[in-house]
Design a protein around this ligand. Structure first.
Ligand code: GAL
Length: 352
């Protein structure tokens, strides 16, 4: 099968229906729901005729509504954290919803992950879908009306590509990302996954996981992932930043100047499956999160598997966290979208 199909996925408390879309092309099947423009599953056909699911998801709508791990969703307006839920823009102070202690995380209480997005299918039956959303003025405290969209498409080179666009009618911070949890073995944990990243520096954080403002070199630290290593190798090295976060939960800053379409920034390898995922993006960094907060027994993963810490990892392509409050971080990539400008970015996960 090449193309797209759809089926019901459940009903929201307000009576609106959630739909599950299946996109398929040459050996890759991707399942998406319009709640949160969420990646529910990515399934790869293997040479021996079997199929392997390489991301964590839930079987039921209620878990997507009630669990707090952002599984597979698009998060916004600002993915990652804003210190104390406050920022100033053009001399005006704004207060955002504080949903992570005193900090604002992933767009707030009812961020983009909890919204029902509008869906447009590609007219020609191609395996591509566009989700779009209107975020009204003062949504979770953010100024201005914003229209955001993400197009998912399956690419010729065996990838799932996300193209984000947005426009606003008043200046607003914006940093859209996708929060898919990958496990390229399909089961167990990600501790022995191989990982490499073209990143020379990373952002150390305080205990609330807000960047301290320092861009620290990865030299001599477990954040030096320039040559392939394993996640557990990084955990084994004594390091205050890893201890503070309970694993990797840091923004890695890419140094590659190569063409983002053809120069992969990250490579992840399932040690048991041998599957490699290459990540391409035009974003300047990625939040490498090793699933440290997973483990809520109330929300088993698909197929009834109990949630466990490090059962999957996220690679959240991004501008630098808290940049709206830290000019030296905003200098790497401006996170303020202004009327008349179009926000555009892409991320592609390519499997082999
Ligand atoms: C990640 C974030 C983690 C945690 C997680 C959701 O993006 O970096 O600290 O909040 O989302 O559980």
């Amino acid at each position: 099968m090449h193309g797209i199909s759809k089926e019901p996925f459940g009903t929201l408390p307000n009576g609106k229906k959630v739909t599950l879309y299946t996109l398929r092309r040459k050996g890759i099947t991707v399942k998406l729901i319009d709640l949160g423009a969420t990646v529910v599953d990515i399934v790869l056909d293997r040479p021996d005729g079997t199929a392997l699911s390489v991301v964590r998801g839930y079987d039921d709508l209620s878990s997507y509504l009630n669990a707090d791990g952002y599984l597979g969703a698009v998060v916004g307006r600002i993915g990652n954290r804003i210190a104390n839920g406050h920022f100033s823009l053009d001399g005006k102070k704004y207060t955002l919803y504080q949903n992570d202690g005193k900090n604002h995380l992933h767009g707030g209480k009812c961020g983009f992950d909890k919204r029902l997005w509008k869906v447009d299918e590609a007219p020609d039956g191609e395996p591509s879908l566009t989700f779009s959303l209107l975020s009204p003025d003062m949504d979770e405290g953010y100024p201005g009306d914003l229209i955001a969209s993400v197009r998912y498409s399956l690419t010729e080179r065996g990838g799932l590509r996300l193209d984000y666009t947005a426009a606003c009618d008043a200046p607003t911070p914006l940093n859209l990302t996708n929060h898919t949890y990958f496990n390229l073995n399909g089961t167990g944990d990600i501790l022995s996954h191989g990982i490499s990243m073209k990143a020379d520096s990373y952002l150390p954080t305080d205990k609330g996981l807000i960047p301290t403002g320092e861009l620290r070199s990865v030299d001599g630290t477990p954040f030096d992932l320039r040559a392939r290593t394993t996640v557990s190798h990084g955990f084994a090295a004594p390091n205050d930043d890893i201890t503070l976060a309970g694993g990797y939960d840091h923004c890695m800053i890419f140094t590659s100047t190569g063409d983002p379409e053809h120069d992969a920034r990250v490579s992840l390898v399932g040690d048991k499956s041998g599957i490699e995922m290459k990540l391409y993006t035009d974003r300047p960094g990625v939040q490498f999160y090793s699933g440290n907060f997973l483990g809520n027994p109330r929300y088993p993963f698909r197929g009834g598997e109990t949630q466990k810490k490090h059962a999957a990892l996220c690679l959240e392509t991004e501008a630098l966290p808290d940049a709206v409050n830290q000019p030296q971080l905003n200098a790497v990539c401006d996170t303020v979208l202004r009327p008349g400008n179009i926000y555009r970015s892409f991320t592609e996960y390519v499997f082999s």
